[in-house]
Design a protein around this ligand. Structure first.
Ligand SMILES: NC(=O)c1ccc[n+]([C@@H]2O[C@H](COP(=O)([O-])OP(=O)(O)OC[C@H]3O[C@@H](n4cnc5c(N)ncnc54)[C@H](OP(=O)(O)O)[C@@H]3O)[C@@H](O)[C@H]2O)c1
Length: 322
């Protein structure tokens, strides 16, 4: 496994992490032993950066991930676990309450990285109030580092300026070869300020794997039902990129998934993809995305093929015809 440094912390994290949202009803992996086998393979392959969230299975993902890491004997000071507190909880009452519960569910003593999952949309708590409440958890030792997920840079600046001692070390944004809007401001900002960007849905929820085709679009019973990237109008464009991922991969003896993830880590030193996996075999393939680099010309061909590609997110609404 290849490693990088987490933000400005000096902590060593694997260049490919593992997302644990898959351990939930939403994605369908609710069998503890199966989930544990995924975590086991990840640890064996040197993955030490794990992501979960309070809302994933309403705590099921945190509990499953933490239990698996403990039972597998992961060394506490060699793993970094991020969890996320939902925007609705970002107030002085709920922040300590929810994080104490999260620490209990994880069973790892403390949270390495606490990210605000999304900005508070409905309750309008001032940024400085929840920033300070999150920082206090660092002061008391429940949390080691802070992060922001799905926050625009304007709000990041406001959050950072409200902190006294801690800083933002991690961002988390949707970023993959066919959804590249994080490149506009988030990634340059992260590079400049030495913030690690966890890329979520880094293989576009499976759309970049090559196993789904225009004639074989998934009939998902999971969270991907009505996922815009799989709508035929969008997938037609995605599919052209998948073809290039395949042919590029053949030159390197790599799969489309591995090329898609390698393109992300080649593109920015700040980016650490956190793909989700449902089996040890999937983790193996994901881990094989690190430790090598696309040649500049192959990186550029993929850049060009995906640059102008736009995914429509209103597609199910507009195409419903009602
Ligand atoms: N901050 C946020 O708002 C946010 C939002 C979403 C996700 N996340 C985090 O990001 C993580 C990853 O995102 P994601 O789960 O949405 O999408 P993703 O990682 O792009 O896609 C994961 C899915 O792709 C398929 N897959 C994985 N490895 C594969 C392989 N080697 N070969 C073929 N198929 C493979 C699996 O589904 P199938 O096998 O069923 O196709 C898997 O469930 C989550 O677990 C979560 O931790 C964060």
């Amino acid at each position: 496994m290849e490693y990088t440094v987490l933000g400005k912390t000096g902590e060593k994290v694997s260049r490919i992490g593992l997302g644990a949202w898959e351990f939930s009803e939403a994605w369908g992996l609710t069998d503890y032993e199966k989930a544990k086998s995924v975590v086991k393979r990840a640890l064996e392959l040197g993955i030490n950066f794990f992501d979960t969230a309070m809302v994933y299975g309403n705590g099921f993902s945190e509990k499953t991930l933490g239990s698996a890491l403990r039972e597998l004997g992961a060394k506490r000071d060699e793993i970094i676990v991020s969890t996320k507190i939902p925007g609705e909880f970002l107030n002085p009452l709920d922040i300590p309450r929810a994080v104490e519960h999260s620490v209990k569910l994880l069973g790892l003593g403390y949270v390495d990285v606490l990210l605000a999952h999304w900005p508070p949309c409905w309750h309008n708590y001032p940024t400085k109030v929840y920033a300070r409440a999150m920082e206090q958890l660092v002061n008391v030792g429940l949390v080691r580092y802070l992060g922001l997920s799905n926050f625009p840079v304007e709000l990041v600046e406001s959050f950072r300026s409200s902190l006294a001692r801690a800083d933002v070390e991690v961002f988390q944004h949707r970023y993959n070869l066919v959804e590249r809007w994080a490149e506009a401001e988030v990634i340059p900002y992260a590079e400049k300020h030495r913030i690690t960007v966890q890329a979520w849905s880094p293989i576009a929820k499976g759309a970049l794997t090559g196993k789904y085709t225009p004639d074989n679009l998934p009939q998902f019973a999971d969270v991907r039902a009505r996922e815009p990237v799989f709508h035929p109008e969008n997938f037609e464009k995605v599919w052209r990129v998948v073809q290039l991922l395949k042919s590029t991969g053949e030159k390197y003896g790599k799969t489309p998934v591995q090329v898609a993830l390698n393109w992300l880590i080649t593109s920015s030193p700040a980016v650490v993809p956190i793909p989700g996996a449902k089996s040890p075999a999937q983790v193996e393939e994901l881990a094989g995305a690190a430790g090598w680099r696309l040649k500049p010309e192959d990186w550029a061909a993929l850049e060009e093929a995906s640059r102008g590609l736009t995914i429509s997110y209103s597609v199910y609404y507009v195409k419903s015809g009602k």
